[in-house]
Design a protein around this ligand. Structure first.
Ligand code: SF4
Ligand code: SF4
Length: 101
């Protein structure tokens, strides 16, 4: 009755990108807390669970950064307060170069 950790489904993030361990790629959103009003739009929008809402603190955080799809920045424009940012795609290029892919 263990967890079926090896099973893949549509919403499960890839843990590798082009054979590169996902955690070696620093691509994920950042939230500027001075602009974020914890509206929850990004939490609902990202079906991969990158963001989460902490009711006790009334705060939204990037709780699972490596769930974010490498190269996706779809949520950035959804934030009504422009509080979400991403690094330059150069960070992806740099890691790809390092791994030769
Ligand atoms: S959509 Fe923007 S303002 Fe709303 S919770 Fe997310 S980061 Fe904060
Ligand atoms: S960029 Fe895409 S995958 Fe990454 S957190 Fe935003 S919606 Fe989710």
């Amino acid at each position: 009755m263990g967890e079926n950790t090896g099973k893949k489904h549509g919403l499960e993030p890839d843990k590798e990108y082009l054979g590169i361990p996902r955690q070696d790629i620093p691509w994920y959103p950042s939230i500027d807390n001075k602009d974020c009003d914890a509206c929850g739009t990004c939490v609902e929008y990202c079906k991969l669970g990158t963001f989460s809402f902490t009711p006790r603190e009334d705060k939204v955080t990037v709780s699972s950064p490596f769930n974010c799809v490498v190269g996706c920045n779809g949520c950035q424009d959804k934030c009504p307060n422009s509080a979400i940012s991403f690094p330059s795609t150069e960070v992806i290029d740099r890691v790809r170069k390092k791994y030769g892919v």
